[in-house]
Every structure is written in structure tokens, then in C-alpha cells.
Ligand binder design. Structure first.
Ligand code: COA
Ligand code: AMP
Length: 657
């Protein structure tokens, strides 16, 4: 590759690594500060790093008030489009500011102060954006829980973050059914206080506490016509006040943004780790605002007045960063789409939105592209719409396989850009920085490390491997602004989860390699995290749910290849001695159990009953070998295997299905 091809990006990258303080203090000018930072990195408590220790700002003010003051009050900030109900609504910057300031008043009236947590369990409706920005306005820390998670997952998150208020709605809409949220919340709270009149479900991840110890005081409910359930029906249940959104708004007064320190937390977002207990990723205020503002221009090439549509969910990091904060911090218009890429009503949904809202940048996941391809392989739907405003499609969330890439790239007039990141980093680690300099695309690679990230590939002992050799992808410390400073449960878990395996580095949990041009190839996880339709799940969480079935002795859940979703969860179980249960009944009960405890998003359907699980002599389940067999790959029988015949039995059981 000629040197000139990457010169500007290379210059920016080098500067970010050689003079990080200078680089990021310069980027900090993209944000409005109450007190502009004079210091970049605070490394006083390494390996816990903080950015902009003397900066003071308000992120909600940056996302809203700032643009109204700059004359963008009449520009659309948020365009809501629900393919589920057919409703559409736009909010200008002035209107969104008004709603947010008022809802901040609701939170205040309900005792929420700076630093308090607020759980947000909402579908893809404007209330989600309003509630998040209202928290930010008063310095409260939001914790959004994805609507596809059920009671146990919600309870675990509530127990860890200890919110004072939960903001919710009567429910979400999925094709052909509605999801009632209020019974799920009631069940989650009942699990925490051990209220057996509501639920008998008890899981290891929840420590039952007395009703007095429950942090939640109020559940604010936005009723929607399409889903039954009101605050009045639930008020008083599980010892909590359930209040109606509209009634609360009628009593509230608009609230001004409060000043917070750059290092104060903006939100906590839970993500799956290797154990059944999710990790609460902490996001700071100043570093995140700077990183997102920088990324909007330099990675996505989105400026004030442009339209960005991120077809994800506010429950995921992609939604936090590029449905809510990123576009609004840039003065752009964001589209909030409640619907699917296919079936709501057809595979033209994406192109309709692009045409209708003049979308410049679309951000989605490879699984959505595969879904469209399956239904509309010749892209007949695309031809029905004018998508000429589209400048690029960005994809993330899982590996972009080359077949999907080529299919989409051939059909579109604009580039298809893969980029790699994770909940922990909050924004891209490896990307094609289109705003700095569009780099040549290499299919299968998300391109080069983004400024600020010192990426390396190391072997199991932490030694850097050669170009082209696969190993653990790690990031040199300190991480750039925007990336997690720590975990909500404390520095200790942060250090042991991410910083201990390879001293001096943050372990991403992904494996991959770098080629001669420095392009990074991300191949998959090195831990027990699986990625189902771009949703990150822990096999440990699924195993814990399955273990609760009375007939189950042992279980191993692994991620196996799936044409549409990339991966899907497959459960291998053994039955307790003497347990007798019809196979079909068992499968039905396990599927229902996972759905009830973890949530429908686990999309758990595959169950294989075995006499024994394949293990090493020390009792470790041979997950990798199991996955290779299930995926039909060649495999080596591990030397440490306890009994090789168990693998034959596994193959026979899979073949019989
Ligand atoms: N609330 C309740 N249930 C939900 C939900 C939510 N917010 N989101 C998904 N579910 C349910 C679905 O209805 C489905 O239920 P079912 O088993 O009754 O059919 C189940 O969870 C699995 O959902 P999903 O894996 O999303 O599959 P799907 O068949 O509904 O849709 C795709 C498949 C590919 C269209 C869809 O997964 C998709 O658009 N993915 C994009 C991923 C994404 O944006 N990831 C974010 C990271 S960038
Ligand atoms: P999440 O934290 O839910 O965003 O999931 C992050 C994980 O998804 C990463 O650690 C990767 O395993 C995977 N991932 C995300 N984006 C990509 C990508 N572009 N290529 C390969 N894997 C990806």
C-alpha cells in the first residue's frame, strides 16, 4: 500500500499515541464546557485512569441546549418512526429540550439527585431518549436495560446499580405479539425481596434482601395504547409506588442542567461476561462526550444538520452512543426506528427510512443485512426507494463475513464499512476513519486502529505475535477517552476481568490478527461470551437458567454457527439419575425457562440430551471440541480427555436430531 494512502490517518494516529494529552485536549474543543479541561489524562491512580480531571460540563446541555442556543432549535433532533404501530413523530431540538427538561423535573420530584441511579426499561420509543437525557441533565446515572431481557436479568442489573426510580412503559411490540413490561418488573423486584406471592423463581445471581433494602421507590410508567398495563393497576405492588408518566409530567417543572465533573458517571450499562453476573460498564461524562463528538466527524463523517440512523436498540451500547448521544452531540438528526429490517412490513424497511429521512449514514449489524439478503436476495426492494443521500453504511456488533460484505457492497452505490468495538470501549477501536481519510476497504477487516487505541496481538503469555498470526487482541493502557474507566461493582473486578491476564494491557476478549498493512482481522471471542444476532450473551447466564430445571444434572451451553444470526446458543444437558422426562417436553420446558429468566433475545431452541458431557480428566468441559463437532469442523481429540467415547456419543446424538 502506498504511504500516501494512509498519510493523514497515520499522522492523526501517531499524534494521538505520541502526544495523547495534546490530541485529546484539542478534541475537547468539540464540546461545550462549564470549565474547559486544562489537563488530559489523570494517571495518578493507574491502572485506573481518568480523562479531563478538571473539566466541568453537562452532557445533556451539550446534546440539546447548546444547539438551540446556536440557532438549530427548529432543526429536527429526533425522528421517531414506528413500523410496529405506523406512528411517526419528529422532535425539533427545542421540542426535545422542552420534554427533557420537564422529565428531569419529574425525576427530581421523585427524589432523584445527582449521582442517583435510574433504571430505564423502555422500548424503542422517544421516552427512552427523553429519560436518558433527563438523567444526564440532573447528573443522575442511567442504567438502560434492553427490553428483550426478562425478569432475572433485570433483577440482577437492579440489584447491582441500585436505582431509586425505574422508568418504563406498558411494554414493547414484537412482530405478532406484545411484551408486557409491568409484570416483568414486578417479578424482578419480587425476586430481589423474595416475595413468593409473585414468584418462586430464585437464582444464584440474586441475593434476596428485605423489602426495606430495596433501592427502588418509584416505577414511572408510560402507558401505550398498543400494550395493556397501567401504573394504577400495579400501584403498591411489591411495596413500590407506580406512577403514571403523564400525571407526573403535569406536576413537574422544567429543570436546568446541572454542572458535573468530566469524571462523574453518565451511565452504567451491563454487558455479558464469562460468569452469569453481568458487568456494569461505567461511562464517564467528559471523556465520552469528547470521544463521541470526535468520532462523529472523524469516523462517520457526520456534521451538524446531517442525518444519522442507527438501526440498533437503546438497550445496547450502539444505541447509547449512536442513536442518542453521538448524533445529538454533533447537532445532527437521529432516527429512532421501532421495527425490524424484515417483516415490518417487508425487506424494504431500511431503504424506506433512508429515503424518508434523507439518511446520510446508516449504522446496522451484519445479521440485519443477512436477514434482508435472505428475504430479498436480488434487492428488488432497494430499487423502489431513492437512497442517494446515503454516504456510507457502517456495520458492527459481530464479525462481518466477506460474503455478506460483498453482497451488500455490490448492490449499493456507497461503501459498506465494518468497524469493531464493544460495550466497554463505547466507540470504535478499529475503523475506517471516513472523516479523516477514507481508507481502502479490505473485506473481512474493519481496517486500522482508531487514534488513541494502542492495539497489539499477543499469545497466551502476553508476548507480541508476528504479523498474520492469530492471538489475543489487547489494548495498551491507558485507553482513550470514552472507554470504561472502571466497573460499577468496583475497580477490583475491573482489574481482575480486564487488566490482569496481560499486564499493561486491556484484554478485549477477542482474538484476531494484523496483516502487513496494519489492518486488523477480528475472528471471535476467546471466552464464554457468544454473539447471537449481534446480541452479546453469556453462556454462563444461560447455563444458570437451565440448571434450575429439576431434571437437569449438568449443562454446557456453547455458541454454534448460525446462517442468519452468526451464532446461536446450543444446550447440552445430562439428566439427574432416575429422572424420566419425555424429550420433547424437556426441550419445551427448557426453552420456556430460558425465555422466562433470561429473555426471548437468547433465542434458545437447541437442546441435546447426553449421558455424559465430554470433559478433561480434571473435570473441565471440552467446549471448544463440542463446538467444532457441532459445527462439523475437523477437531483433535484433546490428550487430556477423560473418556473419548463421549465424543462419539455426542456426534451420534447430534446426527439423530
Ligand atoms: N423485547 C422483547 N423481545 C425481543 C426484543 C425486545 N426488545 N428484541 C428481540 N426480541 C425477541 C424477538 O421477538 C424474538 O422472539 P421470538 O423468539 O418470539 O421470535 C427473540 O427475541 C429473538 O430476537 P432476534 O434475535 O432479534 O431475532 P428476530 O428473529 O426477532 O430478528 C433480526 C432477527 C436479524 C432481524 C434481528 O436480530 C436484528 O435486527 N438484529 C439486529 C441486531 C442489532 O441491532 N444489534 C445491536 C448491536 S449493533
Ligand atoms: P458488544 O459489547 O455487545 O458490543 O459486543 C462486543 C463484541 O462483539 C466484541 O467483543 C466482538 O466479539 C463482537 N464484535 C463487535 N463488532 C465486531 C466487528 N466489527 N467484527 C467482529 N466482531 C465484532
Amino acid at each position: 500500500m502506498a504511504d500516501t494512502d494512509v498519510r493523514r490517518h497515520a499522522d492523526e494516529y501517531r499524534r494521538s499515541i505520541e502526544s495523547p494529552d495534546e490530541f485529546w485536549l484539542e478534541a475537547a474543543a468539540l464540546v461545550d464546557w462549564r470549565h474547559a479541561p486544562e489537563r488530559g489524562l489523570d494517571d495518578g491512580a493507574a491502572p485506573i485512569y481518568r480523562w479531563f480531571p478538571d473539566g466541568i460540563l453537562n452532557v445533556s446541555e451539550n446534546a440539546l441546549d447548546r444547539w438551540v442556543a446556536a440557532g438549530r432549535g427548529d432543526q429536527v433532533a429526533l425522528a421517531y418512526d414506528s413500523a410496529m404501530t405506523g406512528s411517526k413523530r419528529t422532535f425539533t431540538y427545542s421540542e426535545l429540550l422542552h420534554e427533557v427538561a420537564l422529565f428531569a423535573g419529574v425525576l427530581r420530584n421523585n427524589g432523584v439527585e445527582k449521582g442517583d441511579r435510574v433504571a430505564i426499561y423502555l422500548p424503542m420509543t422517544p421516552e427512552a431518549v427523553i429519560a436518558m437525557l433527563a438523567c444526564a441533565r440532573i447528573g443522575a446515572v442511567h442504567s438502560v436495560v434492553f427490553g428483550g431481557f426478562a425478569a432475572n436479568e433485570l433483577a440482577v442489573r437492579i440489584q447491582d446499580s441500585r436505582p431509586r426510580v425505574i422508568v418504563t412503559s406498558s411494554g414493547g411490540l414484537e412482530p405478532g405479539r406484545s411484551v408486557e413490561y409491568l409484570p416483568i418488573i414486578e417479578k424482578a423486584l419480587a425476586m430481589i425481596i423474595g416475595d413468593r406471592s409473585v414468584t418462586d423463581a430464585v437464582t444464584q445471581s440474586i441475593r434476596v434482601v428485605s423489602a426495606d433494602e430495596l433501592s427502588v421507590e418509584t416505577v414511572i410508567v408510560r402507558s401505550r395504547e398498543a400494550v395493556p398495563g397501567t401504573a394504577a393497576e400495579f400501584d403498591g405492588r411489591v411495596g413500590v409506588r407506580w406512577a403514571d408518566w403523564d400525571e407526573e409530567l403535569a406536576k413537574a417543572e422544567a429543570v436546568e442542567p446541572v454542572a458535573v465533573e468530566a469524571t462523574d458517571p453518565l451511565y452504567v450499562l451491563y454487558t455479558s461476561g464469562t460468569t452469569g453476573t453481568p458487568k456494569g460498564v461505567v461511562r464517564d461524562s467528559g471523556g465520552y462526550a469528547v470521544a463521541l463528538a470526535w468520532s462523529m466527524k472523524n469516523i462517520y463523517n457526520v456534521d451538524a444538520g446531517d442525518v444519522m440512523w442507527t438501526a440498533s436498540d437503546v438497550g445496547w451500547v450502539v444505541g447509547h452512543s449512536y442513536i442518542v448521544y453521538g448524533p445529538l452531540l454533533a447537532g445532527a438528526t437521529t432516527v429512532l426506528y421501532e421495527g425490524k429490517p424484515i417483516g415490518t412490513p417487508d425487506a424494504g424497511a431500511f431503504w424506506r427510512i433512508v429515503e424518508e429521512y434523507d439518511v446520510k449514514v446508516l449504522f446496522s449489524a451484519p445479521t440485519a443485512v443477512r436477514a434482508i439478503r435472505r428475504v430479498d436476495p436480488d434487492l428488488i426492494e432497494l430499487a423502489r426507494y431513492d437512497t442517494s443521500t446515503l454516504d456510507a453504511i457502517f456495520l458492527a456488533g459481530e464479525r462481518l463475513d466477506t460474503e455478506t460484505y460483498h453482497w451488500m457492497d455490490k448492490a449499493l452505490h456507497c461503501p459498506v464499512i465494518d468497524h469493531w468495538w464493544q460495550t466497554e470501549t463505547g466507540w470504535a477501536i478499529v475503523a475506517n476513519p471516513r472523516g479523516i481519510e477514507p481508507l481502502p476497504v479490505k473485506p473481512g477487516s474493519p481496517s486500522l486502529p482508531v487514534p488513541g487505541y494502542r492495539l497489539a496481538v499477543v499469545d497466551g503469555k502476553g508476548r507480541q505475535v508476528e504479523t498474520g498470526v492469530e492471538g489475543n487482541i489487547v489494548l495498551g493502557l491507558p485507553l482513550p477517552p470514552g472507554s470504561l474507566p472502571t466497573l460499577w461493582s468496583g475497580d477490583e473486578r475491573y482489574v481482575s476481568s480486564y487488566l490482569t491476564a496481560f499486564p499493561g494491557y486491556y484484554a478485549t476478549g477477542d482474538s484476531g490478527y494484523v496483516d502487513d498493512d496494519g489492518y486488523v482481522y477480528v475472528m471471535g471471542r476467546t471466552d464464554d461470551v457468544i454473539n447471537v444476532a449481534g446480541h452479546r450473551l453469556s453462556t454462563g447466564t444461560l447455563e444458570e437458567a437451565i440448571n434450575h430445571h429439576p431434571a437437569i444434572a449438568e449443562v454446557a451451553v456453547i455458541g454454534i454457527h448460525d446462517e442468519l444470526k452468526g451464532q446461536r446458543a446450543a444446550g447440552f444437558v445430562t439428566l439427574k439419575h432416575g429422572a424420566s422426562i419425555d424429550h420433547d417436553v424437556l426441550v419445551k420446558e427448557l426453552v420456556a425457562l430460558v425465555r422466562e429468566t433470561v429473555g426471548p433475545v437468547a433465542a434458545f431452541r437447541d437442546v441435546t440430551v447426553l449421558e455424559r458431557l465430554p470433559k478433561t480428566r480434571s473435570g473441565k468441559i471440552l467446549r471448544k471440541t463440542m463446538r467444532q463437532i457441532a459445527d462439523g469442523e475437523t477437531y483433535k481429540v484433546p490428550a487430556t480427555i477423560e473418556d473419548p467415547t463421549v465424543l462419539e456419543a455426542l456426534k451420534a446424538a447430534l446426527a439423530a436430531q
